[in-house]
Design a protein around this ligand. Structure first.
Ligand SMILES: [Zn+2]
Length: 465
């Protein structure tokens, strides 16, 4: 029997993935060096005008406050409050993190400085000559090289989010020479703008997956994506990549580009390739390079993307939800003789390595005890593969064994993902697949609830004569 159900502590994918990614990295970087001379980048960076000089005394007379940080001068007409006055600290904490993310020399990043305007009254900024000429009507935020503008927000989280979003644009433009095409530019700003901030310790985390709604008032990206999916408007990856920020975007577009960037940046099989793209932002064929990087497993990626967008929630664990699809080295076999497989409670969909055929009957029998969750104060919820009725996810009891048959690659491009319509199995059931394909199993749980699960179920699978 094939070994396919990986048991590991931090992620649900096999280590072999890493090798392929590293091999790919080599050829890609060599290629990029040939086409992205650093001189081209330096020229692009030098085109940004220096930040304007401000006259602090004059601005104070006009009713502005000027807040100084190490990396930012922040001009605002907002009254003093802890959440506003700490914004320079947030910027100062963000810059070293951005330098690390974009592989910028920390000494160079330390000298980097921006002018940020956080504004309530646009007319007042206009009268003081502090608005971006020709772009005075920007919706919520704007970045032009070393200067950025953020319209004030009623939520402290969202005000910081927009400031970080524009800061990411400024940092990328003035260090990488360009932010890349619209979907990537906004996707990166949304990815890294989504954060956690501890004002007491000054600890900032960029690229966070919000744990719940209360943590990120007004952010709402997960709900916007889920609502679109429920209205049958799930965007395939190519459609997200067509989102064009040369026109004002609606907030749902920001939700889609965030979701795609988050999915690719957190997924153990796609992360390394996705991060290579940050060296390619000046390339006019950026999207083509993206397509080439992901060509060999694009169908797997689309299938997982559909599952991600359809099941997206606060605290979504992209890593544990990652699916280890069959590879040429571990190709699935037809189920002729009975097989036993393990299903890890702490992972999402898991490949059995078994091919089942349309119209034939298969008996699945499951056993074992595992932990499928815990009370808020700690006591675990033990479960068997029949599930528990303490809680439900997607209409099934937590812990219940579910099956899916993935018919790819027979269907050239999946219009849908097999994992979106699972068959409930429980302790014992017969499965008669509607189409031939590889059998996948999981123990039912929310994508946000996997990390407190422990143990596994054992499943026997046999053809019913
Ligand atoms: Zn933006």
């Amino acid at each position: 029997m094939k070994r396919l159900l990986a048991t590991r502590s931090t992620s649900c994918l096999a280590a072999a993935v890493k090798f392929v990614a590293i091999a790919l990295l080599g050829c890609f970087v060599a290629n990029a060096n040939a086409q992205t001379p650093s001189a081209l980048r330096d020229r692009a960076i030098q085109q940004w005008p220096a930040e304007r000089k401000i006259d602090e005394a004059r601005l104070a007379r006009q009713g502005f406050r000027v807040l100084e940080g190490r990396q930012v001068t922040l001009v605002t007409d907002l009254p003093a409050s802890p959440a506003v006055d700490e914004l320079p600290k947030v910027v100062d904490a963000a810059v070293p993190l951005l330098a690390e993310r974009f592989d910028v020399d920390p000494r160079r990043a330390r000298k980097w400085h921006v002018l940020a305007m956080v504004l309530a009254d646009r007319d007042k900024f206009q009268a003081a000559g502090l608005m971006p000429e020709g772009n005075e009507q920007f919706p919520d935020g704007l970045s032009i090289g070393y200067e950025l503008w953020v319209a004030d927000q009623p939520s402290e989280y969202y005000r910081r989010h927009l400031l970080l979003h524009e800061l990411v644009h400024s940092f990328m433009a003035t260090h990488l020479g360009s932010c890349g095409p619209g979907w990537y530019m906004e996707g990166m700003a949304e990815l890294l703008g989504t954060h956690t901030w501890d004002a007491r310790t000054g600890r900032l985390v960029l690229g966070a997956m919000p744990a719940d709604r209360d943590e990120v008032p007004m952010w709402g990206r997960t709900k916007l994506v889920r609502d679109a999916v429920s209205e049958d408007r799930l965007l395939p990856i190519a459609a997200v990549m067509r989102i064009d920020n040369r026109q004002a975007l609606d907030v749902e577009s920001y939700a889609w580009v965030w979701a795609l960037a988050k999915f690719l940046d957190a997924h153990p099989r796609y992360q390394e390739r996705f991060r290579l793209l940050q060296d390619q932002t000046l390339q006019p064929d950026f999207d083509q390079r993206f397509a080439e990087l992901f060509e060999r497993d694009r169908s797997d990626m689309e299938s997982e993307w559909r599952l991600f967008a359809s099941s997206l929630e606060y605290g979504h664990d992209v890593e544990r939800e990652a699916i280890a699809f069959p590879t040429p080295a571990a190709s699935p076999r037809r189920l002729d003789t009975p097989a036993r497989v393990k299903v890890d409670a702490a992972c999402g969909w898991q490949c059995t390595g078994l091919v089942v055929e349309a119209g034939k009957a298969y008996e699945l029998k499951a056993s074992g005890r595992f932990v499928i969750g815990a009370e808020p104060d700690g006591p675990p919820w033990p479960s068997e593969p029949g599930g528990i009725t303490l809680d439900y996810h997607a209409g099934h009891p937590l812990g219940k064994l579910l099956a899916a048959v993935d018919e790819r690659p027979s269907a050239a491009a999946p219009a849908t993902s097999a994992f979106l319509r699972p068959t409930p199995i429980g302790l014992h059931a017969n499965l008669i697949p509607e189409q031939s394909g590889v059998l996948y199993l999981r123990l039912n749980d929310s994508p946000a609830g996997l990390d407190d699960n422990r143990g596994a179920a054992t499943v026997s699978v046999r053809r019913v004569p």
